[in-house]
Write a protein that binds this ligand. Sequence first.
Ligand SMILES: NC(=O)c1ccc[n+]([C@@H]2O[C@H](COP(=O)([O-])OP(=O)(O)OC[C@H]3O[C@@H](n4cnc5c(N)ncnc54)[C@H](O)[C@@H]3O)[C@@H](O)[C@H]2O)c1
Length: 462
Amino acid sequence: MKFEKKILCIGAGYVGGPTMAMIAANCPQYKVTVVDINKQRIDAWKSQNLPIYEPGLLETVKTGRGRNLFFSTEVTKGIKEADIIFVAVHTPTKAFGHGAGMAADLQHWERTAHEIVKHSNSNKIIIEKSTLPVRTAEAMERILQANDKNIHFDVISNPEFLAEGTAIADLKNPDRVLIGSRETKEGIKARKTIVDVYANWISRKRIIESNVWSAELSKLIANAFLAQRISSINSISALCEKTEADVGEVAYAIGTDSRIGSKFLKSSVGFGGSCFKKDILNLVYICHGYGLTETAEYWESVVKINEWQQDRFVKTMLQNMFNTVADKKIAILGFAFKADTGDTRESPAISVCKELLEEHARLNISDPEAIPNAKMELAEAIKQGTGKVEFHKDPYEACKGVCAIAVLTEWEEYKSLDFKKIFNNMKKPAFIFDGRNILDHKKLFKLGFNVFPIGKSALKHY
Ligand SMILES: NC(=O)c1ccc[n+]([C@@H]2O[C@H](COP(=O)([O-])OP(=O)(O)OC[C@H]3O[C@@H](n4cnc5c(N)ncnc54)[C@H](O)[C@@H]3O)[C@@H](O)[C@H]2O)c1
C-alpha cells in the first residue's frame, strides 16, 4: 500500500507507544513506525503483553498493528524513510555532574538528534515530543543544521499532556494539542503539516498553535501548576488534622468556586510519577540559570511539600503504632504511583516503604499491576536486609496476620474489599492508614479498626 506520509517515533515508552498507536488508529493513510533501542520493549509491543499497562491500549494498538503501525529496532532505516520524526525518548533528572538532581539529562535526546542528521537523506520535520527545557529547539536546530547534505529540518515542539492511567482517553479526546514552531514561513508550514495530522480526529478548535518557546515552556508549567494544586491541598491537610476540619469538605467548598475549580484538589500521601518532580526541578534549574531566585524557590517548595507529606504519613504511622514498627507486619495496598497503571516511577510508595524498612518493618506489598516494578524499585533496600518484604497479588493474602494496613494507591478494587474478613485476620489493635482517602472510614472504625485518613480527624478506639 502507498502511504501519504511516513511518520517515525524514536522512543517506544509510555508516551511514544500510546501516542503513535492513536495516530495510526485514526490515520490509516499514514505509515507509523515506532523504533527503540530496547529490543525487549519492541518485542513486547509486537505481542499480546504490551510493555505498559494502560486501559484500552491493546485495542488501540491492534487497530493499526500490521496495517499502518509497526514496531522495530531499526532506527537507521526508520530515519531514512521518514517525512516526520517524533522524538519521545526519556529526559530524566540528571544524576551526575553540573545540575545533578535538578537539570534534565538530555543525553538520550542529543544522541537521537545526531542519529537523525547522520542517517537523513531528505528534508524532515522533527518533533519534540519529550518534555524538554525551554529553548531546547534552538540546540536541536543547531545540531540538525550542521549537516553538509543540504537537508532542511524544521523543529516543532508538540509536548504531550496525556496522564498515565487515562492515556488512551486523553489522546482520543484531549483538552488541547499544542504545536509550536518558529514563526518563519517554513516553520509555519511545518506547523500546519502537524496540525493536519491531529485534525484527522481532533477538532481544530482544540489545536493550539504558538511559537516554539511557548510550547516548550507550557509543558513544564502545566505540570508545575498541577503539582502545585496537590501540594497546596496537602499542606492544608496537616492543618485540618490539627483543627478537626475535614480536608474533603474544605476542598469541596473551595472547589465549587468556579475561579478555583474542583479538579486536582484531592489530598493524599503525595504525588508521584515520572514527570511532576522532574519537570518542576528542571523549571527551578532553568530559573536559577536566568537569575530568577524567587521564582525558583517558589516552585521548589511544591516539591518540598510533597516530600514532607510522604514523610508525615510515615511519622503518623510510627507515632500511632507506639513509636516502633520493628518486626511488625504491615500490608501495603498499592505501589503504583496512581490507579490504572503499573508505573511506579517516583511513587510515594517507594519512600514510604523505604522509611518503614529502615525502621525494620516487615512489609507485605500488594498491587494489581505494579508488583514487577515494585520489586525493582525496592531491590536495593531488600538487599540491604534491614526489613523484610513479601509480594502478594491478592490483597487478602497481603493483609493476613498484619497489624497495620497502608493504602498508597487509589485502586478502585480496594474500596470494595471485605474489611470485616480482613480485620478478623489481623493482629490487634488493628490500624489502617488511608493515604488516598478512598475508604469508608466510619465503617472501618465500627469494624474495630483505628483509622488514620489524610486531612481528617483520626478515628481511634483509645
Ligand atoms: N510518562 C508520561 O506520562 C509522560 C507524559 C507526558 C510527557 N512525558 C515525557 O515524554 C518523554 C518520554 O517519557 P516516557 O515516560 O515515554 O519514557 P520511557 O522511559 O518510558 O521511554 C523512553 C524510550 O526511549 C528509548 N530510547 C532512548 N534513547 C533512544 C535512542 N537513542 N534511540 C531509540 N530509542 C531510545 C528508551 O529505550 C525508552 O524505551 C519524557 O521526556 C517525559 O518527560 C511523559
